[in-house]
Design a protein around this ligand. Structure first.
Ligand code: BGC
Length: 444
């Protein structure tokens, strides 16, 4: 059977639409909620429910995604996620009451939970190793574009208050995502482990060429033989990779990124930015910086390496959070609080965008052995969404208790701990095939 010639860039770009929906659907609610609240006359509890429903769905989706994708394949689950995104977006756009809205948002969350882990996994398993870092990070770029798009769409419809269009808009990329995935191949590594060796080889050959494909297949085969001789158990190295994944997952959230992504206008208000329009404009700048810095990360990922970017970015995050804390602490004597806030947040977001943002999703798609890759990624992703929910629900209360400066310093301290954690535990994975990474851990 002749094999199609797949372009790996096209494959990565189409699957990254899952990331775009992740960003859009988590971001859009902050603009839409004001109008939803007044139309349905929601209580505070109902507002919280509408906002956090997605995150709860994400936790559930992430939890099951690994098991399902190890059984059914990466591609099929992504197609299912696209279908879920489409239907659930339309349900929320047409919702007649809060029950429908919350139900739709939970299902969108499940779809995000699926795609947030399977997209990087799929792209990682299909990419040539030399450019894997950049290709997998396209997903993070798509997340940031999705967030920016949600700000723009929210802003555009804010005049008319048409929240239904804001939520329904997501159906368009969802359909493109689903239709695109129908034409893409299954992950060759998953096919191989399921015994479909011929098909797996054909796909690898059509993407990487004959010589590379032969080499990869022999490495996969060799690893599978070794895994059979020495099954993956609760060994020291397995514990270590699990700790790295879960640790990065939790630090990615506990260092506060989503307080900025979800609450930036409120932070600018705290800093005395006068009008809502200015606060929203400043938020737009943050969204744009997030996209631009991620593009830089994409180019550096396979050159500077994951570890270097992680350590440099975490340093930038720590410094900017420290400065932000000082600015709020001395707000009574600072005339430039608004500007210092904007600059610190820009540095903070840019630093996140070159480090914890893409590197977390990339590393968890690289460091786990093939037979359990899906399930192990599920665990890390589940912790990521749980920590996301925790931070989103506690940010405003933390400010009540510790004040703005105390809260930002708190995230700053967590960034220092994340730096130490990364310095001692996180390996460099650039320029290695997934099979070489697996063996590298095995030896250690
Ligand atoms: C994180 C999200 C965050 C986004 C911001 C992602 O890597 O998982 O929680 O909102 O980056 O760009």
């Amino acid at each position: 059977m002749p094999t199609k010639n797949y372009s790996v860039y096209l494959i990565a770009a189409f699957s990254a639409l899952g990331g775009l929906l992740f960003g859009y659907d988590t971001g859009v609610i902050s603009g839409a909620i004001l109008f939803i609240r007044s139309e349905f006359m929601l209580t505070t509890f109902e507002v919280e429910l509408v906002i956090s429903a997605v995150l709860m769905g994400c936790m559930g989706g992430a939890f099951c995604a690994g098991y399902i994708s190890d059984r059914l394949g990466r591609r099929r689950v992504l197609i299912f996620a696209a279908l879920l995104f489409t239907i659930a977006s339309l349900v929320t756009a047409l919702a007649e009451n809060v029950t429908w809205l919350v139900t739709g948002r939970i299902f969108i969350g499940i779809a995000i939970g699926f795609s947030s882990m399977i997209t990087p996994l799929y792209v990682s398993e299909i990419s040539p190793y030399k450019i894997r870092g950049g290709l997998v990070s396209l997903n993070q770029l798509a997340i940031t574009v999705g967030i920016l798009l949600s700000y723009i769409v929210g802003y555009y419809f804010s005049d008319t208050g048409n929240w239904r269009y804001m939520l329904g808009f997501a159906a368009i990329p969802s359909i493109v995502f689903g239709v695109g995935m129908l034409f893409l191949p299954e992950s060759p590594r998953w096919l191989y482990i399921k015994g479909k060796k011929e098909k797996a080889y054909q796909i690898l050959e059509s993407i990487h060429g004959e010589i590379a494909a032969k080499k990869e297949v022999s490495e996969i085969e060799e690893n599978m033989n070794l895994d059979q001789k020495k099954p993956i158990e609760w060994t020291a190295w397995f514990k270590r990779v699990l700790i790295i994944g879960v640790g990065l997952a939790v630090f990615q959230q506990l260092t506060g990124i989503n307080t900025v992504i979800y609450y930036a206008p409120i932070i600018f208000e705290f800093a005395g930015v006068q009008t809502a329009t200015n606060a929203i404009f400043a938020t737009g700048i943050i969204g744009l910086v997030n996209v631009l810095a991620t593009i830089v990360a994409l180019f550096l990922m396979d050159k500077a390496g994951r570890r270097t970017l992680l350590l440099v970015g975490l340093t930038g995050m720590t410094i900017s959070l420290g400065v932000l804390g000082f600015a709020f602490h001395y707000s009574h004597v600072t005339t430039y609080l608004g500007w210092i806030t904007l600059i610190s947040l820009v540095v903070y977001v840019a630093s996140f965008a070159i480090s914890l943002g893409p590197v977390f999703w990339l590393l968890i798609s690289e460091i786990y052995p093939l037979p359990i890759r899906g399930r192990a990624m599920s665990i890390a992703t589940f912790f990521n969404w749980t920590a996301n929910l925790l931070v989103s629900l506690t940010f405003l209360s933390l400010i009540d208790v510790f004040g703005q400066s105390g809260t930002f310093w708190f995230y700053g301290i967590l960034s220092v701990i994340a730096w130490i954690f990364s310095y001692y535990l996180v390996p460099e994975t650039k320029n290695k095939t997934l099979e070489q990474i697996e063996r590298q851990f095995d030896i250690n």
